[in-house]
Design a protein around this ligand. Structure first.
Ligand SMILES: O=C(O)CCC(=O)C(=O)O
Ligand SMILES: [Fe+2]
Length: 340
């Protein structure tokens, strides 16, 4: 039987309260060492504490949590031109491409969110003008200085990129995984995050880094239909981890943990703002694709392996059903032996 739960303790370092998320998974139990904040930070170097999601509350993130009202953002970056996802459903789906992109000013974007009638949902994630450059918060001028991650959190990672994300409330981001570890920081509003263990990757209908289910998992109704279309996913859903982030909360999402999010309604605003910092483990640094902006390009050896797979599949298709099934199972067994 699956179990998941929360263990809360007060950190010895500073006034941070750490809430450790732990889970008993199908194959093995993942639990963050939780004696102290400092111990966790030190343990990062051997990777042992990087295997499970972790919620940090009350993290000082600089001036952004106080300052980033619509009025302030309009004043500082209102004229900046941005590319925005627009959809007439709140359940964004990358595979079905149920959204379009529109260029507008940041001011236009914020005003459109405020004035949108029910049924239009907007989403922005910052991107460097030169698409291949990873860091993008700095393109937004001085607001970049308002966001500061405590050094204690970042050390000893390398920062891969930092991304500003603004969403209409209600908007759900499609299920996907990232190849970088990640600190997802809630700056304004509230955000629901649903996470799956990487061992459930074979149940989540992922192609590329996105799921064919889009964000429909987050629909309150219609799950019976969803399980008909995606039967393996219901078991993964029963083992999911769920958390709601409030302003000032930081969620550590380890790489390869599939996740989807929902911007929840909150008082006084029709949008939620987060900043996330993608991280590279130093020992994996050479594996990352230098052109990767949003941590969704496969690690370099996995890119080659994926190309190999694309060649193998049509060859297997040429076989009649019985030997095809035989060789598929034989090869899958070799692959699974490497996974354990
Ligand atoms: O809530 C969002 O905007 C998506 C966040 C996300 O996927 C991430 O930080 O990796
Ligand atoms: Fe993500």
């Amino acid at each position: 039987m699956e179990r998941s739960g929360w263990l809360v303790l007060t950190a010895s370092a500073g006034s941070l309260i750490l809430v450790f998320l732990w889970k008993r998974s199908r194959e093995r139990r993942h639990r963050v060492p939780c004696e102290s904040w400092a111990r966790w930070v030190m343990a990062k170097t051997d990777g042992s504490s990087l295997q499970a999601p972790l919620l940090l509350t009350g993290v000082p993130l600089g001036e952004c949590t106080d300052r980033w009202s619509d009025t302030y953002l309009e004043r500082i970056i209102g004229e900046t031109k941005i590319s925005v996802h627009i959809s007439n459903t709140r359940f964004l789906d990358f595979a079905a491409k149920n959204f379009k992109y529109e260029i507008m000013t940041f001011q236009g974007f914020l005003r459109r969110i405020q004035s949108s009638s029910e049924g239009t949902f907007l989403y922005y994630r910052s991107q460097h003008q030169k698409r291949n450059k990873a860091s993008s918060l700095d393109t937004l001028g001085s607001i970049a200085d308002d966001f500061v991650m405590p050094r204690l959190l970042l050390d000893p990672f390398r920062v891969h990129s930092t991304v500003l994300r603004v969403a209409s409330t209600g908007l759900c981001m499609w299920l996907h995984y990232d190849v970088c570890d990640n600190f997802l920081c809630c700056i304004r509003g509230r955000k629901r995050v649903v996470l799956f263990h990487p061992n459930d990757i074979d149940r989540l209908y992922v192609s590329g880094s996105s799921s064919a289910m889009g964000s429909r998992l987050l629909q309150k109704r219609g799950q019976t239909q969803l399980w008909k279309e995606f039967p393996l996913a219901s078991a993964a859903w029963s083992r999911r981890l769920e958390v709601v982030l409030n302003a000032g909360d930081v969620l550590f999402i380890p790489s390869f943990w599939p996740h989807c999010t929902e911007a929840l309604p909150s008082k006084g605003s029709r949008s939620s703002i987060s900043v996330n910092t993608f991280l590279q483990r130093p020992e994996w640094a050479s594996l990352h694709d230098p052109k990767d902006v949003w941590a969704n390009r496969e690690l370099l050896p996995a890119q080659e392996a994926t190309k190999g797979m694309e060649k193998i599949l049509p060859q297997l298709q040429e076989l009649p059903p019985v030997p095809r099934a035989f060789y598929c199972r034989k090869m899958a067994a070799e692959l699974l032996a490497m996974a354990n």
